[in-house]
Design a protein around this ligand. Structure first.
Ligand code: MN9
Length: 308
């Protein structure tokens, strides 16, 4: 059963990595420590088994197990959104029902992908999953699965349980337009970490993303600064975030986030193949790159950089 109302799901919500061990198996102990770390930093919620959670590299049993471990570890302290998206309605409904039964506060899904589904297929996909469980559904708009046009977002928003959108597109003016045309209560989570401040300025209720897992403190500062109309702080901290992210994106960045966590003594685990993991000389090179950035731009108060 859900513990939070959808209105309470806002703020800084890390997209959670799947912590695998070196043999690519789920590392339960590591996962629990990593989740505890995020909660200690004061994040407002968690987003599970999405892109950052390498969901499409796991089978359904593994995805379910991951959700069970995290929800058990969270112990109702913050809301949990479970991404249940898959390529077909039938599989997604299985995951949706499992998420609901395990205690997720909301589900979320990318549109069906790979084939060029027509808008009618996409609408029906969301209709069927939204009707399979009594908890809110957050649409996930991301280029990797195909960006949804405003008209289809509006249509999908008329489905009863559809309560918001995770908006990982760069067209941030549309965040404002969605609020105007669908309603102020339709929740929007800005998903481009490089543009967190912009998303929030345009009216997003929260931010969800990979780098919030590595630097929750930085994104909490950005979020609070925007709430307090402190644009100077928001701009300065967003610049720091952009520099760190831009550098990380030269590599398989989930693995870079894992390294950052490891340097702080937090288990970040390993990615599944074909993603790459960095060790030895490559790890040293990445570390050196971060130290150079820190020095060149005088980046302060970023915990993983301070741990180097
Ligand atoms: O939506 C994330 N996208 C993916 C969330 O995981 C593909 C973002 O947080 C990006 O990882 C981030 C870096 O581009 O903005």
């Amino acid at each position: 059963m859900a513990n939070f109302k959808v209105k309470e799901i806002k703020g800084v919500i890390p997209a959670v990595l799947a912590v695998f061990n070196k043999d690519e198996e789920i590392d339960e102990e590591g996962t629990r420590l990593y989740i505890d770390y995020l909660l200690e930093q004061g994040v407002d919620g968690l987003y599970l088994t999405g892109s950052t959670g390498e969901a499409f590299l796991m089978d359904l049993t593994e995805r379910k197990r991951y959700v069970e471990i995290v929800i058990d570890e969270v112990r109702k302290r913050v809301p949990v959104i479970v991404h249940i998206g898959d390529i077909g309605t039938k599989k997604s409904i299985k995951l949706a029902k499992h998420a609901y039964e395990t205690g997720a506060d909301a589900i979320s899904s990318v549109p069906p992908f790979y084939w060029q589904f027509r808008e009618e297929n996409i609408f029906n996909y969301y209709f069927d999953i939204a009707n399979s469980v009594p908890i809110p559904l957050i649409v996930y708009n991301i280029a990797l699965a195909g960006i949804l046009r405003l008209n289809i977002i509006k249509k999908i928003s008329t489905i009863e349980n559809v309560k918001g959108i995770k908006y990982t597109a760069t067209t941030h003016d549309q965040i404002s337009t969605i609020k105007d045309q669908i309603g102020q209560n339709f929740l929007i989570y800005s998903g481009c970490d490089e543009m967190a401040a912009s998303g929030l300025i345009n009216g997003a209720d929260g931010i969800i993303g990979s780098f919030l897992s590595l630097m929750p403190e930085l994104f909490i500062t950005i979020y609070n600064a925007i709430q307090n109309n402190d644009l100077e702080t928001a701009k300065a901290k967003q610049k720091d975030a952009i520099r760190i992210i831009e550098y990380s994106l030269h590599f398989d960045y989930f693995s870079v986030i894992r390294l950052g966590l490891k340097w702080m003594g937090i288990p970040g685990g390993y990615s599944r193949k074909p993603f790459k993991n960095y060790e030895g000389e490559e790890e040293k090179k990445i570390k050196k790159g971060f130290l150079d950035l820190k020095e060149k731009y005088q980046i302060e108060e970023v915990k993983f950089l301070d741990s180097l």
